[in-house]
Design a protein around this ligand. Structure first.
Ligand SMILES: Cc1cc2nc3c(=O)[nH]c(=O)nc-3n(C[C@H](O)[C@H](O)[C@H](O)COP(=O)(O)OP(=O)(O)OC[C@H]3O[C@@H](n4cnc5c(N)ncnc54)[C@H](O)[C@@H]3O)c2cc1C
Length: 501
C-alpha cells in the first residue's frame, strides 16, 4: 500500500556545500603518471601584471587561501598552484588570457569546483582563473523566458531569479547550490530533469567566450532559431575549458511547473524496474520529469554512512519518480492510476507519494544524499558515470561486484535511469591506489565497450578519464578533436592534461 506519511530527514535545504574538513588527497602528479608540459613558470613579473589588471585583492598567492581552489569536491585530485586570479568582467578575462598566451603560462578555468573528473583542478602549477566574482544576472525577459547572465552565477541563484517570473532554469543537480552556469555549460551537465527538458545543447541559446589568445567571441544570441552559418556555441558546450573560456550565457527558461508529485517505490528486481519504466513512459509520458534508480547497496550506503533510512523499508531496488505540470488534478489522477496498475501487475511492492514541497524535498534528499555521503569515505571510493543500454544497465553493476568482491565494502549503482545514465560506485576496504584504479578502469572499459555504452554519460572526461579517450574514440574522431584544439589554442594553454593527455 502507498503511504503519504514520511519521516523528516535532515536533507539538503539550501543547496550543497563542500565539506572542507575532509582529508586531503595526495598531489595528483605524485599519484598519476603525467609529465609537466613545456610551459613557463610563474614569476614575480607575471604576478605584478595580474595585480595591475585586477588589483591585489583579486590575485591570491597565499598557499592557505589558494588551498580550496586546489582540491576537488570528491577529494580525488589536488595541486598546489599558488596563483588564483578572480576576474569580474569579460575584458579582464581577455587581458589575463592574452597575457598567459604570450607568456606561455598554462591556465585552469574554475567555476564552482564541483566537477567530478578533476577538470577544474590544476595538475601542476597552472594559473587558476576562478569565475566566482563573475556573478551578475544581466537580464531576464519574461515574455521569451530568456535569461542572460555571467558565467559565475550559481545555478540555484539563477533558478531562484527565474522563479520570480514563474520560469525555471531547465537544469537541476545535487550540486546546484555551488555549481555555476559556466561550469555547467563547460561540462554539458545533465542532471535530474534532462528527461523533461533535454540537454544544454538544446537550451543554451548563446554564449560569450574568450579564446586562448584573448579575443572575445560574441555568440551570445537570444534567439531560439538562428541558422546563419556554423553554430559555434556548441563547440564550447561540454569542452571542459579546453577550447575557450565561457564568460556569459543565455539560456531558455520554460514555464515553472506549478504542481509536483513524487513517488518512491520499492521493487523486487531489476527486471521489474525495467517493466515499470516502460509503463511509466506509456502512462505518464508528458508529465514525467524525472526517473531515478537506487539499488539496495546505495540505500545501505546512505543508511550506514549518512544515517538516513528508506521511508518504505528495505527492497532490492527503488525508483524515484517525479511528475510535474500545470493541473494538479490531472497529474494526481494519472499518477494514481499508474500506481494502481503497477501494484496490480505486481511490478511494484510498496511505495510512498508526496506533493507537499517539504515532503517532496525529503524524498529527493534520499537520492541527493548518496553523492553527499561520498565525502565521508572519499579515499576509499571509485566513481564511474556511465551510459549503458537499458538491457545491460544493471548487468555491469553485477559484473563489477563480482570482480571486486574480495577488495570492496560495497559496489552500488544509482542514477538517471530515465536517460540510461548509471552512477557506478565501488567503496573499497582500503584506500584507493594507482594500481587498483588502473585495474578497475580496464575492467569497466572492457565491459562498456562490450555493452556499447559510454565511459562518461554527463560528468565529462576531465583529468581522471583522459587516459581512456584513445581506447574509446575512433582514431579519426580523436584526430579531428585534437586538430580543433590546436586551431583554437595553438600554445595549448587552456586546461592542459584534460580530455587528452
Ligand atoms: C553532489 C553532486 C551532485 C552532482 N550531480 C550531477 C548531476 O546530476 N549531473 C551532472 O551532470 N553533474 C553532476 N555533478 C557534477 C558537477 O556538479 C557538474 O559537472 C557541474 O556542471 C560542474 O559545474 P562547476 O561550476 O562546479 O564547474 P567546475 O567543477 O568548476 O568545472 C568543471 C569543468 O568546466 C571547466 N570550466 C568551469 N567554468 C568554466 C568557464 N567559465 N569556461 C570554461 N571552462 C570552465 C573547468 O575547467 C572544468 O574542466 C554533481 C556534483 C556533485 C558534487
Amino acid at each position: 500500500m502507498f503511504s503519504k506519511v514520511l519521516k523528516t530527514y535532515t536533507g539538503r535545504a539550501n543547496g550543497f556545500y563542500r565539506n572542507l574538513s575532509q582529508k586531503l588527497p595526495e598531489f595528483t602528479k605524485n599519484v598519476f603518471d603525467v609529465s609537466r608540459g613545456n610551459y613557463n613558470y610563474i614569476n614575480d613579473g607575471h604576478i605584478d601584471y595580474f595585480r595591475r589588471v585586477l588589483g591585489t585583492n583579486r590575485v591570491i598567492t597565499n598557499p592557505e587561501d589558494a588551498e580550496k581552489y586546489n582540491v576537488d569536491w570528491f577529494s580525488q585530485v589536488r595541486e598546489s598552484s599558488n596563483l588564483v586570479v578572480k576576474p569580474k568582467t569579460t575584458e579582464e578575462v581577455s587581458k589575463i588570457l592574452s597575457f598567459c598566451n604570450e607568456n606561455k603560462l598554462a591556465v585552469c578555468p574554475q567555476g564552482g569546483n564541483t566537477g567530478v573528473n578533476g577538470g577544474s583542478i590544476p595538475v601542476f602549477d597552472e594559473v587558476i582563473i576562478s569565475t566566482e566574482l563573475m556573478n551578475e544576472i544581466i537580464s531576464l525577459d519574461e515574455d521569451s523566458g530568456v535569461l542572460v547572465c555571467q558565467a559565475g552565477c550559481i545555478l540555484e541563484t539563477i533558478d531562484n531569479k527565474a522563479a520570480t517570473k514563474d520560469l525555471i532554469v531547465p537544469l537541476d543537480l545535487g550540486a546546484k547550490g555551488s555549481c555555476q552556469i559556466g561550469g555547467n555549460v563547460s561540462t554539458n551537465a545533465g542532471g535530474l530533469r534532462l528527461l523533461r527538458f533535454g540537454n544544454l545543447h538544446g537550451n543554451i541559446l548563446g554564449l560569450e567566450v574568450v579564446k586562448a589568445d584573448g579575443e572575445i567571441l560574441d555568440c551570445l544570441g537570444t534567439l531560439k532559431k538562428d541558422n546563419t552559418g556554423y553554430h559555434l556555441k556548441h563547440l564550447f558546450i561540454g569542452s571542459e575549458g579546453t577550447l575557450g573560456f565561457v564568460t556569459k550565457v543565455s539560456i531558455q527558461c520554460p514555464s515553472r511547473p506549478k504542481y509536483i508529485n513524487v513517488a518512491f517505490l520499492g521493487l523486487q528486481n531489476f527486471n521489474k524496474a525495467l517493466k515499470t519504466l516502460k509503463l511509466l513512459r506509456y502512462r505518464l509520458g508528458e508529465i514525467l520529469s524525472a526517473i531515478e534508480m537506487i539499488d539496495y547497496c546505495s540505500m545501505d550506503f546512505i543508511k550506514n554512512v549518512v544515517g538516513q533510512q528508506s521511508p518504505i523499508g528495505d527492497y532490492p531496488f527503488y525508483l524515484l519518480i517525479e511528475t510535474s505540470g500545470s493541473n494538479a488534478l490531472h497529474n494526481e489522477e494519472k499518477l494514481n492510476s499508474f500506481l494502481e496498475e503497477s501494484l496490480q501487475k505486481a511490478l511494484v511492492l510498496n511505495g510512498t507519494v508526496a506533493n507537499e514541497p517539504n515532503k517532496v524535498q525529503d524524498i529527493w534528499s534520499i537520492r541527493e544524499n548518496i553523492p553527499n555521503g561520498f565525502q565521508k569515505v572519499a579515499s576509499k571510493m571509485l566513481y564511474y558515470d556511465v551510459s549503458v543500454p537499458l538491457a545491460h544497465y544493471y548487468t555491469i553493476v553485477d559484473d563489477v561486484a563480482d570482480y571486486a568482491k574480495d577488495i570492496s565494502e560495497r559496489v552500488f549503482g544509482f542514477g538517471h535511469i530515465g536517460d540510461g545514465n548509471l552512477h557506478l560506485h565501488i567503496q573499497l576496504k582500503n584506500d584507493l591506489t594507482k594500481e587498483v584504479k588502473s585495474n578497475f578502469d580496464s575492467f569497466i572499459l572492457e565491459k562498456i565497450v562490450r555493452y556499447k555504452g559510454s565511459i562518461s554519460a554527463e560528468h565529462g572526461v576531465g583529468f581522471t578519464k583522459a587516459k581512456l579517450m584513445d581506447k574509446i574514440k575512433p582514431p579519426s574522431t580523436l584526430k579531428v578533436m585534437k586538430d580543433l584544439k590546436k586551431l583554437m589554442d595553438p600554445n595549448g594553454i587552456l586546461n592542459p592534461y584534460k580530455i587528452f593527455i
